[in-house]
Design a protein around this ligand. Structure first.
Ligand code: HEM
Length: 413
């Protein structure tokens, strides 16, 4: 008979990491639950028998930089769950992932961003022209429209026109509906009908964008995808995930940055100084990381913090938890772009990972950073955004960390 596994071999965790009520607590307040789990139980925390939170940057670096096949992004457990757009690079593994990633690389390179910068400045100018002194805006709505427009020009090579609104509505509905608890898809509930309609609108719009792409124009992501002549469904899935992952996260990052600058008007005044906008964007993504948790699955047993985690364990790595850990960031709750100036770094090289890291790190990180910097700087040079009831702002940890309640009065400069 095999000896029973000593209890101490499992990492500690809330309710011994063995209770399904952990899942319920997580569902109610994921940010609070993960933060207190890490602060109370340490750097390796059992959330359930199959789910472990890793909160030490040593472990995070090892897992994200893994090239020895210790972990997979899409493991057996992940594959069992519902997964939209399965043919996209983001949802692929192994040689298939490598081929898809290489295909997009030239279109997302950091030296290919002049067009993006131009589109961003033009987008801001057009938007600000529709505003007037004293207008109250929903900052997230405005930034969403801007990010979808600018992102699509860069990815597809042309403006979306009226289709932009359809895509924004569809993506917002998909995000909202997929992050809420839901009855099985075959049940004719109102939510399911709405989700189906949004998916259909999304599909039709993507199909039109793909069909209309001029043959031979391959200096953008869509053109690169089409150049290889892959099946339609593969192009559709890739374009869908690029637009969804790129737009929602970037709009959130921008909104959080403007919210944070609203609380420190003297920092908003410095946005045009060399290096300041980049530092402010970095700092906003530290405090409000659009990707607030990512996961991996162990393929082989993994040693972490003195524990052996068996194969098949889902590892949670939370940017929200680690970015707000005082061991790596003094005054972790404060918005201090200054901490990044003059070569400033966190207390550990893997304590800051808004874009993930390693081979599966964000393919659009340069694009996103540049877009956020250029848009925020252009906005701050034209207007002052006076916060309206900032005390009501709160994060909603959906697929991305959504800012809720960011409103501002427009004041021209
Ligand atoms: C502020 C904006 C953004 C944030 C915070 C962000 C964050 C992330 C993170 C954390 C990952 C890694 C996920 C993991 O390791 O499990 C990721 C992957 C990815 N991101 Fe982004 N992202 C942003 C913008 C963009 C943009 C603009 C694009 C493309 C146009 C993009 C495309 C991708 C793709 C394709 C992957 C999958 C890479 C792979 O699996 O090899 N992202 N992103």
């Amino acid at each position: 008979m095999a000896a029973p596994t000593p209890l101490s071999s499992a990492p500690p965790g809330p309710r011994g990491g063995r209770s399904s009520s952990n899942a319920a607590d997580y569902a109610v307040d994921p940010l609070g639950f993960l933060t207190s789990a890490a602060r109370e139980f340490g750097d390796v925390v059992s959330l359930t028998p199959a789910n472990v939170l890793l909160a030490h940057p040593d472990d995070i670096g090892r897992v994200l930089l893994d090239r020895e096949g210790l972990v997979a992004k899409i493991g057996a457990a992940t594959r069992r769950g519902p997964m939209g757009f399965p043919l996209a690079m983001m949802n692929s593994e192994g040689a298939d992932w490598e081929r898809k990633r290489a295909r997009l690389r030239p279109a997302l390179r950091s030296d290919r961003l002049e067009g993006l910068e131009r589109a961003a400045r033009e987008g801001v100018a057009r938007l600000v022209d529709t505003w007037h002194d004293g207008l109250e805006i929903d900052v997230h709505d405005e930034m969403s429209r801007l990010a979808m427009g600018v992102g699509a020009v860069h990815l597809a090579g042309r403006p979306l026109g009226a289709r932009g609104e359809t895509l924004i509505r569809a993506v917002a509905a998909i995000m909202r509906l997929t992050s809420a608890p839901r009855l099985p898809m075959w049940l004719p509930t109102r939510t399911n009908r709405d989700l189906r309609r949004s998916l259909r609108d999304f599909d039709t719009t993507l199909a039109a964008l793909i069909a209309e792409h001029p043959a031979g124009e391959d200096d953008n992501a869509l053109g690169r995808l089409l150049a290889d002549g892959p099946p339609f469904a593969e192009v559709r899935d890739e374009l869908a995930t690029l637009l969804m992952s790129g737009y929602e996260t970037t709009a959130n990052a921008l909104t959080w940055l403007l919210h944070a600058l609203g609380g420190r008007p003297e920092a908003a005044e410095r946005m045009a100084e060399p290096g300041f906008a980049a530092a402010a964007a970095k700092e906003a993504m530290r405090l409000y990381p659009p990707a607030w948790v990512i996961s991996r699955e162990t393929v082989r047993p993994l040693e972490a913090g003195g524990y052996t985690l068996p194969a098949g364990t889902t590892l949670g790595l939370s940017q929200w938890v680690v970015h707000r850990d005082g061991r790596w960031f003094p005054d972790p709750e404060e918005f201090l772009p200054e901490r990044w100036l003059d070569g400033g770094r966190p207390g550990h090289r893997h304590a800051y990972f808004p874009f993930g890291a390693g081979p599966r790190g964000c393919a659009g990180a340069s694009m996103a950073l540049r877009e956020v910097e250029v848009i925020a700087t252009a906005l701050c040079s034209r207007v002052r955004l006076e916060p309206v009831r900032p005390e009501r702002v709160r994060p909603r940890p959906a697929l991305a960390l959504q800012p809720v309640g960011v409103r501002a009065l427009v004041r021209p400069r």
